[in-house]
Design a protein around this ligand. Sequence first.
Ligand code: GUN
Length: 297
Amino acid sequence: MIARILDGVAIAATIRAEVRDDVAALAREGVVPGLAVVLVGDDPASQVYVRSKGKACLEAGMHSETVTLAAEASETEILATIDRLNADPRIDGILCQLPVPPHVNAERVIRRIDPAKDVDGFHPVNVGKTALGDPTGFQPATPFGVQQLLIRAGVPTEGAHAVIVGRSNIVGRPLANLLSLDTAGGNATTTLAHSRTRDLAALCRTADILIVAIGRAGFLGADAVKPGATVIDVGINRVDDATRPRGYRLAGDVDFESVSAVAGAITPVPGGVGPMTIAMLLVNTVRAARARVQPDA
Ligand code: GUN
């Protein structure tokens, strides 16, 4: 079988067009949604992500602010930046790009963000709301994007066995919650697997939907995939490649060549989940802006 390619670029473009319409409607009410991104240090991958987020905001007609702090910035300085953005009426959404340098406690930074502006959905208030299926919470952009991709690509989740490999707070754990809720794009039977899972390949072969978010290039191969399964590859790994102008290429967490010969559908890397993450961040920011002007809507 040659897998159907799930085109995250095209689906994200549709969502971003919807966001542009929402932003235009808000503009008619005199509201411009604003997103602030805080970047601490000079991690090259984070710099790329932060630039993409800022550009996407501007393309949607939103206000964008990027605050870049030195890798040596103190936690006090970072918290003061968050306090300023919490109080800024032009800013509806705030995120601190992770990872932060080792001397900074990421949990304390996340907890400082006003939950009403926490468009990353990482604050414990929003983590709890996501777990409870409370629609007033923010879902983290990557799991939210994976769920939207499944919905819009017509992959049924109801009754399906979804195996998620990787238990991070950013992707795996919230995704297990989202896919198991009694909602559209939910009602899956979810299994959250991780580095200590026994017989991982055998477990993955029971998946109708296999989602891999482990952060290691080519971690799973065709032996871990049931024929016809849908494979969602969340990994974005830099692999040395002297034939490329930048000296590296991007690779996912599954071995695309062998897996796409077995799977029924698969997301490519790049061009799968990555664009969905940015699109859903914009969706969350528009929601935050709307909640500010229509708190009871
Ligand atoms: N680092 C990797 N993914 C994310 C994300 O979704 N949000 C933030 N803030 N940092 C990240």
